[in-house]
Ligand binder design. Sequence first.
Ligand code: SMG
Ligand code: MG
Length: 373
Amino acid sequence: MRPFEVELRRAALRLVRPFRTSRGAETDKHVLLLQWRTEGPHGPVSGWAECGADPEPTYYPEYIDTVTRALVDVLVPMAREVAAADGPFLPRLRTALDDVPGMPLAKAALESAALDAELRAAGMPLSTYLGGHRDRIPVGVSVGIADSIDDLLDWVGGYLEDGYHRVKLKVRPGWDVEPVRAVREAFGDALPLQVDANQAYRTSDIPHLLTFERFGLLLIEQPFPADDLLAHARLAADLRTPVCLDESITSLGSAAAAIALRATDAINIKPARVGGYLTARSIHDLAAAHGIPCFCGGMLETGVGRAMNLALAGLPNFTLPGDISATSRYFAQDITQSFELVDSCLVPPTGPGSGADVDLDAVEEVTSTRITC
Ligand code: SMG
Ligand code: MG
């Protein structure tokens, strides 16, 4: 492996609309970007990745500051040792990362940047490397908790006009039956609609959640705390509406356990949360073998992460529309080419690596701090 350096940048992009879930609200997308710089066969190559961590431990225990420390102190030095030894770099990096406990978000970011650099040097698209085959990825839109039902109906109406065919509503106790009923009444029973609670309910809410059956939802995502697989299994046993796990699935092992316990009828796969795209693919394959459909989740990614997620979502068992919306749903100006909706789908880029064309001037403009390691 050739010598490399990694630049970490902390950046912030204003969201076109604040995004509120049961766990908090954000008005800006704060992001840690990684640039993996090395020499390719035809000159300098840069691999890019973004980390799924937030500034605070909102969805995950890791946050931007802990990921930064983990990369600088532990993971980048470890990658450098792996690179100095003989043999193919990426599989050995994977093995080394697996030996370090925890920190999936930091590992995912590092592996993704290395993967993007290697593939750009080799001239191979990430979708080809992962085995994806679709040139149109069906996507939906995730709609945050609004101040009022009227606001929510305005937002959903706008997204349907934009061309989204699948809507996910964020819910929490006190903001669930009313908004879902209002959206059903306004936009009809045929609208593919699902809800996501981000762990806001408890086992004692099972009778209440069973009443959601009447709304004909595509799925109910992560109603209970991430480590409570048994509560999800209890709900799934009594509900015809599919139960979908998101935060509970942190590894191949946790996916296998959730499937064995019948705690999940569908899986939201977020590469960041499971430690990277290679593990995400393994979870996809395991789910496929058990007849469990998947969709590719999102963390309000910039174009850097969105391009990679589109490559992953081309795998055949991503049969549910992904949380990968068009650029305009998130930002007035992104740091890559923008992604537009075509017949409720996004088109994965075809260039080498993720295919994201990173606009260095745009990146500069949103960067607050940087560290090279
Ligand atoms: O990227 O469009 C998106 C957001 C998708 O709802 C979304 N993600 O739990 O699935 C989820 C949430 C995580 C929070 S995003 C900050
Ligand atoms: Mg979710």
